[in-house]
Structures are given as structure tokens and as C-alpha cells.
Design a protein. Structure first.
Length: 208
């Protein structure tokens, strides 16, 4: 008998990774994952190259059964009760797109915002994320820039993951802006040429 051909592995895309992040967020909101567990699985989800790697991250979570092809059918599973402290992210919403050319404006993302996309040329915005962040929230900023950049303000406890591609520049994250993930995760993406954004702790939380 001839050996069966090996099953081809499917490459994962950003949409697959974002869907997995959504499951992890819901599981954290339901109390199934600790902050450390969420952070560790988020790292693995962001680094995953194949779809089956993502399935392995959520197959033990009721919220992830419908997304994992090897998981048993989902029957009689109660919906997780949301916590008032959680800020759910609307992953199904499109992130708005804006442009900053030789200038910028104040941008404040609302609670539950999935993030935003922007192109900056010799300019940049002041982006305020305090309302958008919260336990389990994941906000993605896709910021492409040429000789420009943004000032990004976050509350305490935000974990920052920089996935940007930079040439002769890059993002600068203040030491006091780095958090443990207890107040959500900020993911930075985009292409930077002689450009970059600065991430600061929200001025309202700085020690006087």
C-alpha cells in the first residue's frame, strides 16, 4: 500500500492571528486565562506561521472550539459573563484610515476600538489610547510613515508589541510606557522610512 501524502500546512495571515487574539481576549474576560498566560499565548499567536499553530493555542478554551477544526462540536456551553472591567475589542470592525501630511491632529480611540491605520508624511497625530485600552483589550495601530511619525499615549499596564518594519528609523517606546499586559496589548505595525512614532505614558498618570 502506498503511503498517503502528507497534509499540506496552511499559512496563517493577519486575519487568522487577529481571530485568535479575539478568542484569547474572551477567555481572559471569562477568567480562564491569567495575564501571564494571555501574554504568552499572544506572543505565540503573533509569531505563528501556520494555521494549525493557532488552533493549538485555543483548543482548550470553550471560546475557541468553533475556530479549531479538530475540536469537538460545541454543545451547551454557557456564554462567558463579561466583566465590567473589560473593554472588549470589536475585531470584526474595520480600522479607520487617516492621513497626516505636514501636520496632524488629536485622535482619541473609543472603548472597544480595534485600532486605526494611518499614513504620515512630514507629519503625525497625537493618538490617545487610554479609553480604548483595558484588561484583555487588543489594539492594532498600522502606522506607515515617511519622515514623520506620531505621539502615542497609553495608560499604565499596557503591553506593547512592535512589529513595524523600519529603515533608518524606528519607534521609540518610553520606559514608563511599558506595562505587564494587565491593561491590554498594543500592537504596532507598518512600514517606516526615516520615521517612527513615540509611545508615552499618558500624562495624567505620570507621577508629579
Amino acid at each position: 500500500m502506498a503511503d498517503s501524502e502528507p497534509t499540506a500546512r496552511l499559512r496563517a495571515g493577519d486575519a487568522d492571528r487577529d481571530a485568535t487574539l479575539e478568542v484569547l481576549q474572551d477567555a481572559h474576560a471569562a477568567g480562564r486565562l491569567t495575564i501571564d498566560e494571555v501574554n504568552e499565548r499572544q506572543d505565540r499567536a503573533l509569531a505563528a506561521k501556520y494555521v494549525d499553530e493557532l488552533g493549538a493555542l485555543v483548543c482548550d478554551l470553550p471560546e475557541g472550539l468553533s475556530r479549531h477544526e479538530l475540536a469537538p462540536p460545541r454543545h451547551h456551553l454557557p456564554a462567558p459573563a463579561p466583566s465590567r472591567a473589560d473593554v472588549p475589542t470589536r475585531f470584526d470592525d474595520d480600522r479607520p484610515f487617516s492621513v497626516a501630511i505636514m501636520g496632524g491632529r488629536d485622535v482619541a480611540l473609543a472603548p472597544g476600538s480595534p485600532g486605526m491605520r494611518d499614513f504620515a508624511w512630514w507629519g503625525g497625530h497625537d493618538i490617545h489610547l487610554t479609553d480604548a485600552m483595558g484588561p484583555g483589550a487588543v489594539v492594532v495601530l498600522e502606522l506607515n510613515a515617511i519622515m514623520g511619525g506620531h505621539d502615542i499615549y497609553v495608560p499604565p499596564g499596557v503591553r506593547i508589541v512592535d512589529e513595524s518594519v523600519a529603515i533608518m528609523a524606528g519607534n521609540d517606546i518610553d520606559r514608563d510606557a511599558h506595562g505587564d499586559g494587565s491593561n491590554g496589548t498594543l500592537i504596532l505595525r507598518g512600514f517606516l522610512f526615516w520615521a517612527g512614532s513615540d509611545v508615552h505614558l499618558d500624562k495624567r498618570f505620570k507621577q508629579r
